[in-house]
Design a binder for this molecule. Sequence first.
Ligand code: SAM
Length: 339
Amino acid sequence: MRFCNHRLFCKSSELLSEDFQANSMHAIITDPPYGLEVLGNKWDKILPPQKIWEECFKVLRPGGFCLAFAHTTLYHRLACQLEDVGFLIRDCLCWGYATGNPRPYNIDKAIDKREGIETDSEQYPYEPISDAAKLWKGWSNTLKTAWEPIVVAQKPLEGNIVENVLKYQVGGMNIGECRIPYASEKDRKSLESFGGFAERDCGDGRYFSANAGGKKQANVHPDGRWPANLLWLEPLYSEYDHIFMIPKPHKREKRSYNEHDTVKPIRLMEHLIKLVTPRPSVVESDVYVLDPFAGSGTTLVACRRLDRTPIGYENDAASFAIAEKRLSEKVNKLDIFEV
Ligand SMILES: C[S@@+](CC[C@H](N)C(=O)[O-])C[C@H]1O[C@@H](n2cnc3c(N)ncnc32)[C@H](O)[C@@H]1O
């Protein structure tokens, strides 16, 4: 195992190219402000300035990936910002989760209020009183958020992919190490007997499978299924159980002192890191992953667990202190999997 020295700066990432050489980072994996201030956090109110993505582009190696989380309503802005500074948009990963509640705005209740009717804030479900409100019973203005997009952007390759990979050690996706393990032997066997899409005619032509396509079942690989751009972290429906990979973070994983509002699961970050960066032992050098919006340091913790060298920027002193504390803890390969 290599010794992974992290570098975490307590400052804005706006001038990060002054701290690092051009073409030095293997990947940028980050969860920037969503531009919404949903949880009342001031830092979340506006999207990061384009300048930071320009800086990221400079320090990333050709062919390197920038994976950035976004909100469903502002994903397009982030994707455009990245494209405008020179990245190519390669995909959009969908991180889905079943937990979390919608923030209800009840149109029927609002109409009653407007009519001067005193409403019971505890009443659930709300029973409208005025005739106008009764017509709009059950109406709201939002859906429950059940997934977050992750922009998959890539700095253009230098030459072709083989030339780029050999020169810069990045440019491809590590499918081999990111396969989704079969849920059971029965699950694996059920795929073997699935001879091809043509033979899986469900009558209406609909089916769901996290497999590579192909005439024959090309994806019955000993290590599991081809990783998909859909990342489910927890059970939703039992029939989809085979595509779930990793649980959501709980208090024990985040640590009791971590009060950051938007902590991501370590295993999700590990999956992303493994997907777009080589193992240091394979390339025989340090592998640098930059997070320009480190928050409580989840990307950095995940990097350490995978022996990648994390570089982080966090301009909020309280979040920086949490990240530092998490990084000072001994890397325990097992404890986050215990609930
Ligand atoms: C969505 S949070 C990241 C949370 C992180 N994924 C975690 O698991 O803890 C984004 C962070 O970016 C920080 N931030 C916002 N603008 C910044 C800037 N210009 N430079 C550095 N950090 C910034 C905020 O303070 C916030 O903690």
